[in-house]
Write a protein that binds this ligand. Structure first.
Ligand code: MG
Length: 184
């Protein structure tokens, strides 16, 4: 029988890779905050961190991270075959596989995730901007897009969650009012 990999294992590996490449959960949560605060009255950083953590439990995201970061690391070590080595190392402008992999991981969270990803790809915020700016020998051709993907998913998830919370409150209010009217 083939060995089946539990998602606990891939989750731990994906998280370790993100950390190893210099990105914290808080860095990603900050982008989520930036994306969502115009729409939410009382948005907290805790909400954003929680949402990033939840997105990282998804296998689809974990797999994208494993593939992308592996390629970044191999390129950094000069271990890819040419011409891929040069393409990934220099983040060649017309190379779009980094975006394609990251985009493939946003469909699970609906249209807000897709549009937010597109926005983040153009307007690079916070840690994405940092990763996109080449420093020394480091290669983050795939990582910047993966972080944008995680942030976009976490933003979409949060937007829906917070609306659910509001609607649950609305429902409570309505029920309370109905009850009071009946008593009165
Ligand atoms: Mg890229």
């Amino acid at each position: 029988m083939k060995k089946r990999i539990h998602s606990r294992e891939t989750e731990a590996a994906a998280k370790a890779l993100i950390k190893e490449r210099g990105v914290t959960i808080e860095d990603i949560a900050e982008i989520v905050y930036e994306m969502q605060y115009p729409y939410v009255d009382e948005l907290s950083m805790d909400d954003c961190v929680e949402s990033v953590e939840a997105v990282l439990t998804k296998r689809e995201i974990q797999h994208a991270v494993l593939v992308g970061v592996e390629l970044d690391k191999l390129a950094e070590q000069g271990k890819l075959s040419e011409p891929l080595q040069s393409i990934v190392e220099t983040d060649e402008g017309l190379f779009g596989v980094d975006e394609t992999i990251a985009l493939g991981a946003v469909f699970g969270y609906g249209s807000i995730a897709v549009t937010t990803f597109g926005h983040l790809d153009k307007q690079k915020f916070g840690i994405i901007q940092k990763l996109d700016t080449k420093v020394g020998e480091s290669v983050h051709t795939f990582l910047d897009d993966l972080i944008a993907s995680i942030a976009a998913n976490a933003s979409s998830r949060l937007a829906h969650r917070l609306r659910d919370r509001e609607e649950a409150l609305d429902k409570e209010e309505r029920e309370k009012r109905d009850k009071e009217e009946r008593i009165g």
